[in-house]
Design a protein around this ligand. Structure first.
Ligand SMILES: [Zn+2]
Ligand SMILES: [Zn+2]
Length: 256
């Protein structure tokens, strides 16, 4: 999908480059042009008008910028920082992925949360506060999110829950204390339920049958993880004292 520009294409491109604090040379490489083609705005405008392939690249770059603008509510400093920060899903910074590797589409995918290849195979163990319940996980890491919804706040007593979705369900095995696990399902919820140690109350992993996955409360994990949180979800439900978005994209509810 190529999104229609809100202004003439050249103006949109220039605006995106300025707002992101990018060099013209970086733009040149994204568009597949030479530096001198983009240093002169008139020359660039001409090329955009005459070369459909270059215009198409420019439109995708503008589309990427529009998505970023939405994610970061137009905060230029956050956007500029995000594109220069190491991104676990790209294996490099978004800027280098775009400029050096021609991966504009991958960056778009990351921003719009249609995960790129991602997923590490992970293996780790976890336990509750009192140590009665222990589990092991060996599966594919699908998503790592901070959830700011009210249910997660209630269930954790904090500003947001940090949960990792691991696939498939069979990746979870309880190594002790399974019999003392307790569950609470929110009556009006479709699928929200809480699983916790009945002795100490610590949230424990729970099955998400619809996704053939397990939702693991990150704080219960005893090992280091290969990936960092990827996004903040249910952002519109957050409290005003909640953590700021930082470098992570935010979604009003579930991503995409
Ligand atoms: Zn416990
Ligand atoms: Zn939540």
């Amino acid at each position: 999908m190529v999104m229609a520009a809100r202004l003439p294409l050249i103006a949109e491109v220039n605006h995106a480059v300025d707002a992101l604090g990018m060099y013209r040379a970086e733009l040149a490489r994204i568009l597949g042009l030479k530096c001198y083609d983009v240093s002169d705005s008139m020359q660039l405008e001409l090329l955009l008008g005459e070369e459909p392939e270059i215009a198409c690249r420019a439109k995708r770059f503008v589309y990427l910028y529009i998505l970023l603008e939405k994610q970061f509510s137009g905060n230029a400093a956050s956007m500029a920082h995000w594109i220069r920060r190491e991104n676990v899903f790209l294996g490099t910074t978004p800027l280098l992925a775009m400029v050096d590797q021609g991966r504009v589409e991958d960056v778009i995918a990351v921003i719009s949360k249609k995960r790129v290849e991602v997923m590490s195979d992970v293996k780790f163990s976890g336990s509750c506060l009192c140590g009665s319940v222990k589990y092991e996980i060996a599966g594919e890491m699908v998503r790592f999110s901070h959830c700011h919804c009210q249910r997660c706040r209630k269930a954790t007593g904090t500003g947001h829950a940090s949960n990792i979705l691991i696939s498939p369900i069979s990746s979870l095995s309880w190594t002790s204390g399974e019999s003392i696990l307790a569950r609470y399902k929110v009556p009006e919820a479709n699928r929200f339920y809480n699983c916790f140690c009945a002795k100490c109350g610590s949230p424990m992993p729970r099955e998400v049958k619809e996704l053939d996955a397990v939702l693991v409360p990150a704080g219960s994990i005893d090992d280091e993880l290969p990936d960092l949180p990827q996004q903040r979800i249910f952002w519109d439900s957050r409290t005003q004292w909640s953590c700021p978005a930082g470098d992570l994209p935010v979604f009003s509810e579930y991503p995409g």
